[in-house]
Design a protein around this ligand. Structure first.
Ligand SMILES: Nc1nc2c(ncn2[C@@H]2O[C@H](COP(=O)(O)OP(=O)(O)O)[C@@H](O)[C@H]2O)c(=O)[nH]1
Ligand SMILES: [Mg+2]
Length: 259
């Protein structure tokens, strides 16, 4: 038996009034000329929440960005969206342990939401704050109803760490139910071609059927590919985006995302 603290996941999704706006039908209303990159550039701050029940319930497909501190998450989101103020929004005092939501799509017809989750594994965060945050994050990943996909940032020079593995365990049941999953290997410019190929094949084994992409903000590598993939996730051919089902109960309690 592990004596480490456990992250508890809720027995049922958080109860909050659902936000129904005319934004829900935007996927079908989007003009055919929109490019995935142009679409990413429409990103704008939507809201921030310290706790799951403070997040608005939405029926717009949502993509969560997760990763260890310093993995390159903020830089990646900035590069994809061409919006420096998004990272600024996430860095504002008091919001560093918040879930920050950004809207995508033309103004007034949001057709997808990006959720920026604070990085984990940062040693300087007080133990209690860490535990509280891990709880919020695990609850979010397990029960957020409109969650459609998860993007995990990983610095390939370090590979997936123990914290990344624990998070993978938390989301595995939902990925098996159809939740989209992508590992972005960041800072690819720091690797040789041979190292990139090796990092790709290792991460593919760990991604459990999810996608893996190399990314460099410096060299603009992988930007189009990632934008295209996120577009495809949220605009499936022949129908409105369908969020993967949220887990009704937790099969097993994940370990704490702690070091
Ligand atoms: N060479 C290189 N450095 C990067 C890249 N992306 C991020 N970094 C650097 O990695 C460090 C952490 O990046 P940041 O986006 O703040 O990480 P976060 O903590 O995951 O949000 C910063 O010094 C960045 O400048 C990249 O594509 N190439
Ligand atoms: Mg950051």
């Amino acid at each position: 038996m592990s004596s480490r603290p456990q992250v508890r996941v809720p027995a049922s999704p958080a109860q909050a009034p659902k936000v129904h706006t005319r934004e829900a039908s935007a996927a079908t209303a989007a003009p055919a000329t929109v490019t995935p990159m142009g679409w990413m550039h429409t990103a704008r701050f939507l809201t921030t929440a310290a706790q799951l029940h403070h997040l608005p319930a939405m029926d717009t497909p949502e993509i969560a960005f997760v990763g260890r501190s310093n993995a390159g998450k903020s830089t990646c989101i900035n590069t994809l969206t061409q919006k420096k103020q998004l990272a600024y929004a996430s860095k504002k005092p008091g919001r560093t342990q918040h879930i920050n939501l950004f809207a995508l799509g033309k103004q007034g017809i949001t057709d997808a939401v990006l959720a920026d989750l604070p990085g984990y594994g940062y040693a300087a965060v007080a133990k209690m704050d860490k535990l509280r945050w891990q709880q919020v994050m695990a609850n979010y990943l397990v029960s957020r109803e409109n969650l459609t996909g998860i993007v995990m940032m990983c610095d390939p020079r370090h590979g997936l760490t123990e914290l990344d593995d624990i998070l993978l365990e938390v989301i595995r049941p939902r990925v098996e139910q159809g939740l989209k999953f992508l590992i972005i290997l960041t800072k690819a410019d720091k690797l040789t071609r041979a190292e990139q190929a090796k990092a790709l094949s290792i991460a593919r084994l760990q991604a459990g059927g999810g996608e893996v992409k190399l990314f460099s903000a410096l060299k603009k590598q992988g930007v189009d590919e990632v934008a295209q993939l996120l577009w495809d996730w949220t605009h499936p051919a022949g129908g409105a985006p369908a969020p993967a089902q949220a887990a009704e109960t937790s099969a097993a309690e994940p370990e704490a995302l702690d070091e």
